[in-house]
Design a binder for this molecule. Structure first.
Ligand code: ISE
Length: 321
């Protein structure tokens, strides 16, 4: 994802200048710098954050490294776009919220890029036109082609379902208050690669179900169907083309999220660069990243203990109003 963001910055974001790259594997950062014409390669991530020629930072490193890097950006007072999840644990996310609140200025944006996806934006616009009345239920599916063997059910929640938690809160302008996690046909909770099925309740009484199936085989597919009082709204198709062949008609699926959400990633970067040049970041805030982590933790508790888990909602600092 880091290389993808670097290419978007270098080739598809007017007004942005890709200044420096750090990768734990130095040969990769050198190759990427050559490809994108970035003038500098950093030998250490903190050196990149503190480089006076760097005005703003994109973090796309392993989840466990996010907290320290985001805090370093806050200490340097540099706008930061951090890939999801905001941090590896709920308490780390909370510390980021506290640090940003202490500064009193929004500097953090979390890379929940779906908020910029034209299909999701269309769904929200139509919902908010109120033609179909109030939303009642939302059915979501998050399907990946395949996942590595170390991608266990906990990761299906903390790394994949978090996208759904964020987009559901944004789409419905509602908070999540309860969750129950199921694993169809699986006796062993947390079995690697097994599907996870979650049922969530919102503060305003809507019901949401989310299927996360990371070994769905047929393609990368993200589904959302919103059931309202007077009709339904479904997320548009994943692809642009229809293939007719061998007496059948169909649309090809992307291999992964980079294809499906290419436009969302581009629009997210453009908006973030504009805000980094002097403004408040849009998209998902550190508070939203913290909320996604709280929901993920409740879903994990439900997976382990079986049964409904309440989702606590701490008081929101005015910085995020
Ligand atoms: C991955 O990390 C992503 O962020 C993708 O958007 C998501 O679809 C995938 O399931 C995650 O593992």
């Amino acid at each position: 994802m880091g290389a993808e963001h670097a290419r978007i910055l270098a080739f598809r974001t007017p007004g942005a200048c890709l200044q420096s790259i750090y990768d734990a594997d130095a040969s990769r950062s050198k190759a990427l710098a050559a490809e994108t014409s970035a003038p500098s390669v950093a030998g250490d991530p903190l050196a990149l954050v503190h480089d006076p020629d760097v005005d703003a930072v994109v973090i796309a490193s392993p989840d466990a490294t996010h907290h320290d890097l985001v805090i370093a950006c806050l200490e340097a007072r540099k706008p930061v776009l951090c890939e999801k999840p905001l941090a590896a644990t709920e308490s780390e996310c909370h510390r980021i919220v506290e640090a940003e609140t202490a500064i009193g200025r929004r500097l953090v944006q979390v890379g929940y890029m779906r908020r910029f996806d034209p299909w999701y934006v269309d769904l929200k616009t139509r919902l908010e036109s109120k033609r179909l009345g109030a939303p009642l239920m939302l059915h979501c599916a998050h399907r990946n082609v395949s996942a590595p063997t170390w991608f266990d059910s906990r990761m299906s929640i903390t790394n994949s379902a978090v996208h759904e938690f964020d987009i559901v809160r944004w789409l419905l302008s509602d908070d999540l208050v309860g969750v129950q996690t199921f694993q169809p046909g699986v006796r062993q909770p947390n079995a690697a690669g097994a599907p996870v099925f979650l049922v969530l309740e919102t503060e305003r009484g809507r019901l949401v179900d989310i299927e996360v199936h990371v070994n769905a085989a047929y393609g990368y597919d993200v589904v959302a169907e919103l059931v309202c009082e007077k009709g339904t709204l479904s997320l548009g198709s994943n692809t642009l083309s229809t293939i007719k062949s061998e007496r059948a008609s169909g649309a090809p699926f992307p291999e992964d999220w980079r294809g499906r959400f290419a436009e969302a990633y581009r629009l997210q970067m453009q908006a973030w660069i504009r805000s980094a040049a002097g403004g408040t970041p849009g998209g998902s805030s550190a508070w939203d990243g913290y909320m996604a982590a709280i929901v993920a933790n409740a879903a994990l508790r439900s997976l382990e203990r079986k049964g409904r888990a309440a989702i606590e909602r701490p008081a929101r600092p005015t910085l995020y109003d």
